[in-house]
Design a protein around this ligand. Structure first.
Ligand SMILES: O=C(O)c1ccccc1N[C@@H]1O[C@H](COP(=O)(O)O)[C@@H](O)[C@H]1O
Length: 213
């Protein structure tokens, strides 16, 4: 199970995250309205960090996304909002970074509307629909994923907390395309500051449950 920890920003907190949690992915949020927003001044400091970095964008322009990939050394791009298939196709021809399409989940998911993205994205990420576009700390009803029709892997996001590990693994038994989890606001002491102990506990629990299943 892949682990992404999102909304990182503070140098000491990032150092502890990398050495003590060692997530597969670290998310940097480039949405100016987010309380976890990472500004350009952080680029030099964050670029060389020994972890794969995911840039989180909400309806951002191609030029700005490409600039941030270069500036921060991003390995993946998480696209929130309503970017079209054409936009994603065009972007895929201009970067080697992975492209992740976020699906904001309300009551149901229109699977057909996602088909066009399949050739251009590495994975989907399912998050709870919210006016703020993310970081709500709220879960959606995971039952809507039971009809997931694609082979492509996806990450589960939206309000995951310290108690979620067992349920996530149970869902993965049902839907093997579930390849990882995205942890954010429920693991924070303050916006942009993660509680390393909570993250370590979650990871240990995940590994323990996975190996004793
Ligand atoms: O966290 C934010 O502030 C944020 C703002 C705008 C878009 C995405 C954002 N974060 C993403 O939201 C999900 C779920 O977070 P949570 O667990 O519900 O707090 C996660 O994918 C973050 O990358």
């Amino acid at each position: 199970m892949e682990l992404k920890v999102c909304g990182m920003r503070e140098p000491d907190n990032i150092r502890h995250l990398i050495s003590e949690v060692a997530p597969d992915w670290m998310g940097l949020i480039f949405y100016p309205k987010s309380p976890r927003y990472v500004s350009d001044e952080k680029a030099d400091e964050l670029k060389g960090k020994p972890v794969k970095k995911v840039g989180v964008f909400v309806n951002e322009s191609e030029t700005e996304i490409l600039r941030k990939i270069d500036q921060f050394g991003l390995s993946a791009i998480q696209l929130h909002g309503n970017k079209s298939v054409e936009f994603v196709k065009d972007l895929s021809g201009k970067t080697v970074a992975e492209l992740w399409k976020v699906v904001s989940v309300g009551d149901e998911i229109d699977w057909e509307s996602l088909e066009g993205y399949l050739p251009f994205v590495t994975k989907f990420l399912f998050d709870t629909a919210t006016a703020a576009h993310g970081g709500s700390g709220k879960r959606f009803n995971w039952k809507v994923l039971e009809t997931y029709p694609f082979d492509k892997g996806f990450l589960l996001s939206g309000g995951l907390d310290g108690e979620s590990a067992e349920e996530v693994l149970a869902l993965q038994q049902q839907i093997p395309q579930l390849q990882g989890v995205d942890l954010n606001s429920k693991f924070e002491d303050a916006p942009g500051v993660k509680n390393i102990e909570k993250l370590k506990n979650f990871k240990s629990l995940l590994i323990y449950k996975e190996t004793n299943n």
